[in-house]
Design a protein around this ligand. Structure first.
Ligand SMILES: C[S@@+](CC[C@H](N)C(=O)[O-])C[C@H]1O[C@@H](n2cnc3c(N)ncnc32)[C@H](O)[C@@H]1O
Ligand code: SF4
Ligand code: SF4
Length: 482
């Protein structure tokens, strides 16, 4: 067989763009932009270590390693394998595929903001705080059943080829419009059955309005629930308050316990919004799991302009990363014993890294997901409902505005976020949340550079955890396959 060395004896090799990390006493490379993870061992590691020092010609690599006593054929085969796996770059390597922005994409999910009203007045809420971007003058307070049904029809029409659809109910406080949520679930279930498709539902709620009747409905229709709660009474009540300033914890705690007891047909997770005043991640996690009984808890920092009191500055974000790390190592310990841990920030990141994701867009907004406001206006996502930017049509008047959506997709893919082009974390981050960018920089297309160190630190940590699990208990990772 003719080797590459015979055909191109003077091929030069250099390492591919990668982030190196160690786990379980082994060396790994996270390859960018493919998102593949490569464990370096044996002869392959020797080759990579050589070319990481300086670019080398093929015959130099072969000569050096054969002097070290390695078999010639084995060296040649290893170089070819590394070349094919794109761990090494040579004159033979394919140039990186250009990022081609999507023009359109079949829709998978609509988020229906069934009301823009709320019975709470959480200090940080982007719907009502000084960072609010929604303009609701002239919009109805509650979505009608007619608009919600048109939104379902829009989802069906725009989801060509997809078997599984999803409707998320959102607000304002979602359960203030429970009648429309209930009728929409019934309508959508019937419509997709006629079409031989599947549909799932979920809602996000502040839990204050949960009743036995609502819980039974959620359970009967297998509706996934995300409950917003920021920890124990003292922490939750710092920000999650009624309009008269009373904390919401004492109202929601018994309702959450009842929900967790009675609704067992789908996942129920807690969603914590972190601020400069509420950032004790371990204390919050322990309370929500052991006292309230949640199986899963996810944390997200509040999106806020830097001058808001509750905005989390760099120092606090570093502290939060340290607490995230402690909980993440606990997740690793559980995983090595084959047990599930409820810190969903880790499982979400591991899932992405394990699947070798390489994102052109940071999330589903505008891609597989669109938001719908109470009047039927379509937007980039639920955070942009009724905002002056991210408008993408109307569920009754013309449906999705494909031109506006195409324009958005063309200008917001990772190729257009120039600041991110040399960042190793771009396959998973892709520049970050459009809403966060809009609040911070006034531009949805800006890269969220204020979070870069955090994003890279977090992904490096999760890569180490993934590497260790892949060596010590690889069967644990099977749960991320679907
Ligand atoms: C806007 S609320 C709507 C649904 C419902 N009222 C609730 O509280 O769950 C949805 C989620 O957004 C979160 N949220 C509100 N303002 C936020 C902000 N500025 N940054 C990040 N998350 C925020 C809330 O804590 C809640 O978990
Ligand atoms: S309950 Fe939800 S919508 Fe209402 S103020 Fe709080 S975060 Fe905002
Ligand atoms: S926003 Fe920062 S961390 Fe994210 S891809 Fe861009 S440069 Fe990297």
């Amino acid at each position: 067989m003719t080797t590459v060395a015979e055909v191109m004896p003077s091929l030069a090799y250099r390492p591919a763009e990668a982030h190196a990390f160690r786990a379980a006493e082994a060396d790994f490379l996270y390859l960018v932009p493919s998102g593949a993870i490569f464990r370096m061992e044996g002869l392959g590691k020797e080759v990579v270590d050589l070319v990481r020092q300086r670019e080398l010609m093929r015959h130099e690599i072969v000569g050096y390693l054969s002097n070290r006593g390695h078999d010639l054929a084995e060296i040649e085969a290893t170089i070819d394998e590394l070349d094919q796996a794109e761990v090494l770059i040579s004159g033979r390597s394919k140039p990186p595929a250009p990022v081609v922005p999507l023009q359109s994409f079949p829709l998978q999910r609509v988020v229906l903001n069934v009301t823009n009203q709320c019975n709470l007045a959480c200090t940080y809420c982007y719907e009502y705080s000084s960072d609010r971007i929604a303009q609701q003058d002239g919009k109805p307070k509650y979505m009608s059943a007619d608009i919600a049904e048109s939104a379902v029809e829009t989802l069906i029409k725009e989801s060509a080829g997809r078997e599984g659809l999803h409707v998320t109910f959102f607000g304002g406080e979602t359960l203030l419009n429970f009648p429309v949520m209930r009728s929409t679930v019934q309508y959508a279930t019937r419509r997709v059955a006629e079409l031989g498709k599947r549909i799932e539902f979920s809602l996000t709620t502040n839990a204050t309005l949960l009743t036995e009747e609502i819980v039974d409905f959620l359970s009967e229709h297998r509706i996934g629930v995300t409950v917003s709660v920021d920890g124990d009474q003292e922490l939750n009540d710092k920000m999650r308050v009624f309009h008269d300033g009373r904390g919401s914890y004492s109202v929601i705690a018994p309702k959450i316990k009842n929900l967790l007891k009675r609704h067992r047909t789908n996942s129920i997770g807690a969603r914590v919004t972190l601020t400069s005043q509420v950032s004790d991640v371990r204390r919050i996690y322990r309370h929500l799991t052991t006292e309230l009984g949640f199986d899963s808890v996810g944390f997200s920092p509040a999106t806020a302009s830097p001058d808001r009191l509750y905005h989390i500055g760099t120092q606090k974000m570093d502290n939060i990363l340290d607490s995230f790390a402690e909980l993440a190592w606990e997740y690793r310990d559980y995983a090595l014993e084959g047990r599930q841990h409820g810190f969903t920030n880790v499982s979400d990141t591991l899932k992405e890294l394990n699947s070798g994701v390489s994102k052109a867009y940071p999330c589903g907004a505008g891609v597989g997901l669109l938001g719908v406001g109470t009047a039927g206006d379509v937007s980039l996502c639920h955070r942009f409902v009724d905002a002056p930017v991210g408008k993408m049509g109307h569920v009754k008047n013309g449906g999705v505005d494909h031109e506006a959506r195409g324009e958005f997709l063309a200008t917001h893919h990772i190729g257009a976020r120039y600041d991110c082009h040399s960042c190793w974390a771009r396959p998973v981050c892709s520049g970050g949340c459009f809403h966060e960018a809009y609040i911070h920089y006034g531009e949805t297309s800006a890269a969220n550079l204020h979070y870069c160190d955090w994003i890279r630190g977090w992904n490096d940590l999760c890569l180490q955890i993934l590497g260790e699990i892949s060596v010590r208990n690889p069967s644990f990772l099977e749960r991320f396959d679907n």
